[in-house]
Ligand binder design. Structure first.
Ligand code: TPP
Ligand code: MG
Length: 889
């Protein structure tokens, strides 16, 4: 046979096989086809045919045209609304950049996503008045102009507001660049713009909804969680890193919509590949329901005619970079390059003009296709859904940027470009006016506005809309509850971690608020001695426990249950933090104050997931972050990667975060009590970070009247007993290092005749924030004299000051300015080491001996002690003078 004969033969076989399959499909349906294919596959494999693994389906829409539901709305009115939104979203960016060049904003993201959002707004997204309780929607950050444009048509924000996009400081009501609940607390609910955080937060939000339902706290069964992502955004590990949780937990309340415009900021997402296929394989592999929306309806007749599959083959083989090329090319190029590869393809489009070829739509711009996908996702049961929608970045911008590599950054359109945009979308703005890029809002009784308002009314009100004021306050336990912590532990030695866990256990048992507590751990409960909680309140699992745990016979067995209270997240600080945010914003999302305690290895908190903590702050999350095994020298043995001397510095910039490094059980109790009161009774949008440590010692009773100081950051723990000496030192200690200060006090008093006071510094951050605030007021009001707290409590004190903590020296240095005397700081700058506490404190120079020497040295600088006496103390205490600086080794 000649090659030509073989080809003909193959074509004939193809035709026969396809016809048989078609027969079965029509007569017995798709399940039978699947069964046959599976049988064929097994048969082929048994006879030596190697079938390469693929998690992919062909590069066509998942929902075939004949399975599409009828679009329930008015395509025409919705198109007009969408055109106006496109115009206003573009205009607000263009105008903002005319007024202040470089102010930024994005046109092309929303331009590509407008249909994806509008089908949602008109048909799916439910507001909070809906009986379901409303949907939870994570909008893609860079699409914000489109969401504002819609709120303007809805009459929720004004034209003036649009003018003040990205001008938050130049007006009363500027619009924030991106979704920021901190800045627009009645509008934005979920911050998304740091790419990857929206997706992971949405997954844990969906799971938290289930948790609330399974624990009988709220019926969330009808709510959906929608997360809109960019295709470039999926390269962030957080975007895809938690998708198996969603499938494992069968979160069919979760819908991801990935806007696959094939581009990111610099250029194509996968120029040499196919991002939609890559994502399809990943999500299918992870057990998600994947719906591809690749082609618009005008491709359907071509696909129907494509009997031998050459068109689909061509669609499969062309890479994204080339599809992008077609976007910026004329129909002639598409005909030649795409269809010209095979005479059968050329034949397929021979009656199409170049203009028609150019206009063939991508699926994400076709409301019918998008509606079909959303509908299927909405009713799908048993797994989460991802919709992969192919779109064009900068759709409608034409020469100004459609499909171009510069389009993400395009912020300025010239008159000609504005005119074309206006004409393309039929916006009734005259040629004279168009150059000003005026906003357009049809009158309130226009068909468009009436339609849009009616749709929102039927869907339960506007979205996004944040409601932070509707949650009832919680009743916080009174003083008697905390009393035992104030009394101390007698002779029994415990660690602050144990004291904290005891407090948490007690809170969980509290009749009033016990059920609102949400303990969250990333596989560290045993590390912190929390395993008794497993049995006591159970580990949350939607399916309960369908196995017999190995330790069932023991008192503290690993108990999973549907009504379990602990979120045992496994080894994911990012996931745990996302749960913390979901729980800590439940007051706004669900109208219920939940009290999350996220307990983690302190080194893997701020350092690892600082950006999520920043997002938590923006989200106005309420709750307690608890960094366990904290302190560079207190956590012995674990070494360089584990020992945390950093987190309090990393926590310093988070404005609404209160940070404490407590030394004693009563300090923890005072801080937690006040935190609960402020967050859940007074409903302040703040959250807490506490470090707790695993060194055991006797927990003393609380000195009278120290509550205020504990909360404000410092109080005198122990005054000198030596009143006669002329030499005076003050030792500031925090966390377990406070014990070293107490030891140094004894040595200074007894051996060196220095009258010494010890201060517990619970929060350098509080002291610093308060002092800088006071100083700022004084500078701007020179006749005022606000006294910082630290100045007021140190005002009567003289002598020298030595601060020692288990954190880097920069932390106490933050308050140096307000310390009224010679100030020497000891801290743990440098890489950690594996060894015992004694050795570590020697290495980092933070033990009682160094504190003693530092005090003597400070006194010598004031000429109150001779240098030779300090020298002698160094020898006596056994310090090595030529020891290398720990930060350098
Ligand atoms: C963590 C993070 N890194 C970088 C950026 C900067 N950035 C903003 S948008 C963007 C490109 C987005 O591309 P894609 O996700 O495909 O969204 P599109 O605009 O194409 O819809 C980048 C890199 C960011 N916002 N967040
Ligand atoms: Mg993109």
């Amino acid at each position: 046979m000649t090659t030509e004969d073989i080809k003909k033969q193959s074509e004939l076989e193809n035709k026969e096989w396809l016809e048989s399959l078609d027969y079965i499909l029509h007569n017995q349906g798709p399940e039978r086809v699947t069964e046959l294919l599976r049988k064929l596959q097994i048969y082929a494999q048994e006879h030596g045919v190697k079938i390469p693994f693929t998690a992919n389906t062909p590069y066509i829409n998942t929902i075939p045209a004949d399975k599409q539901p009828v679009f329930p709305g008015s395509r025409e009115i919705e198109r007009r609304i969408k055109s106006i939104l496109r115009w206003n979203a573009m205009a607000m960016v263009v105008r903002a950049n005319r007024e202040l060049s470089g102010i930024g904003g994005h046109i092309s993201t929303y331009a590509s996503a407008a249909t994806l959002y509008e089908v949602g707004f008109n048909h799916f997204f439910r507001g909070k008045n809906d009986p379901s309780g409303g949907d939870i929607i994570y909008f893609q950050g860079h699409a914000a102009p489109g969401i504002y444009a819609r709120a303007m048509l809805e009459g929720r924000i004004s034209e003036d507001d649009l003018k003040n996009f990205r001008r938050e400081l130049s007006s009363d009501r500027g619009l924030s660049s991106y979704p920021h609940p901190w800045l627009m607390p009645r509008f934005w609910e979920y911050p998304t713009v740091s790419m990857g955080l929206g997706p992971i937060m949405s997954i844990y939000q969906a799971r938290f909804n289930r948790y609330l339902e399974d624990r009988g706290i709220k019926d969330t069964s009808k709510q959906k969680i929608w997360a809109f992502l960019g295709d470039g955004e999926t390269d962030e590990p957080e975007s895809l890193g938690a998708i198996t949780l969603a499938s494992r937990e069968k979160l069919d309340n979760l819908i991801f919509v990935i806007n696959c415009n094939l581009q990111r900021l610099d250029g194509p997402v996968r120029g040499n590949g196919k991002i939609i296929q890559e994502l399809e394989a990943i999500f299918r592999g992870a057990g998600w329901n994947v719906i591809k929306v690749i082609w618009g309806g005008d491709w359907d007749p071509l696909l129907t005619k494509d009997e031998d599959g050459v068109l689909v083959e061509r669609m499969n083989e062309v890479v994204d970079g080339q599809f992008q090329k077609y976007t910026v090319s004329g129909g002639d190029v598409i005909r030649k390059d795409f269809f010209g590869k095979d005479p059968r393809l050329e034949e397929l489009v021979k009656n199409y003009s170049d203009e028609q070829l150019k206009k063939l739509k991508r699926g994400g711009h076709d409301p019918d296709k998008v509606y079909a996908a959303y509908k299927e996702a909405f009713i799908h049961k048993g797994s989460p859904t991802v919709i992969l929608a192919q779109t064009i970045k900068g759709y409608g911008l034409g020469e100004a940027g459609e499909g171009k590599n510069i389009t993400h950054q395009q912020k300025k359109l010239n008159e000609q470009e504005l005119r074309e945009f206006r004409s393309r979308f039929g916006i009734p703005i005259s040629d004279e006016d168009v150059a000003d890029a005026p906003f357009y809002r049809p009158s309130s009784d226009s068909e468009e506005i009436k339609y849009l308002m009616q749709r929102r009314k039927e869907l339960g009100g506007f979205v996004p809309k944040r409601d932070g004021d509707s949650s009832p306050a919680l009743k916080i336990p009174g003083n008697e509850f905390f009393e035992e912590f104030y009394k101390g532990n007698g002779e029994r030695e415990v660690a602050t971690t144990m004291a904290f866990v005891h407090l948490l256990t007690k809170l969980l048992k509290d009749k009033e608020i016990g059920k609102n507590i949400v303990p969250i751990v990333p596989d560290e409960a045993r590390t912190f001695g929390m395993e008794s909680l497993f049995r006591m309140v159970g580990i949350y699992s939607h399916v309960g426990q369908i196995y017999e745990p190995v330790d069932k016979g023991s008192l503290l067995y690993y108990k999973e249950e549907k009504s379990g209270q602990i979120l045992e997240e496994g080894i994911t600080e990012a996931g745990s933090m996302s749960s913390f945010i979901a729980a800590g914003t439940a007051y706004a999302t669900h109208g219920i104050n939940m009290v999350p305690f996220f307990i983690f290895y302190s080194m893997f908190g701020f350092q690892r997931i600082g950006d999520l903590i920043w997002a938590a702050a923006d989200s106005r999350t309420r709750g307690f972050l608890v960094g366990g095994t904290a302190g560079r020298t207190t956590l012995s043995g674990e070494g360089l990667q584990h020992q945390d001397g950093n987190s309090h510095i990393l926590a310093l910039p988070v404005p609404n975060l209160k940070c404490y490094d407590p030394a004693f059980a009563y300090e923890i109790a005072v801080i937690v009590k006040d935190g609960m009161k402020r967050m859940y009774e007074n409903q302040e949008d703040i959250f807490y970070y506490l470090t707790v440590m695993n060194e055991t010692y006797v927990m003393p009773p609380m000195p009278q009247g120290s509550e205020e100081g504990i909360l404000k950051g410092m109080y005198k723990y122990s005054a000198s007993k030596n009143k006669k000496s002329k030499l005076k030192a003050h030792l500031f200690g925090s966390g377990t290092i406070l014990n070293e200060s107490i030891k140094a006090q004894k040595i200074l008093e007894e051996k060196y005749n220095v009258s010494t006071d010890v201060w517990s510094v619970t929060s350098y951050k509080e002291l610093y924030m308060d002092a800088t605030d006071a100083e700022r007021i004084n500078m701007l009001n020179p006749e005022k004299k606000v006294t910082p707290y630290i100045s007021s409590i140190l005002s009567g004190e003289s002598g020298v000051f030595v601060a020692a903590s288990d954190y880097v020296k920069a932390l106490p240095a933050a308050i140096a300015k307000w310390v009224p005397g010679e100030f020497y700081i000891l801290g743990t700058d440098g890489f950690g080491r594996s060894d015992g506490r004694y050795q570590l404190r020697d290495f980092f120079e933070v033990d009682h001996r160094y504190i003693t020497v530092a005090a003597l040295y400070a006194l010598s600088k004031e000429n109150k002690v001779k240098a030779s006496e300090v020298e002698k103390a160094i020898q006596d205490l056994g310090l090595k003078q030529n020891k290398p600086n720990p930060v350098k080794v």
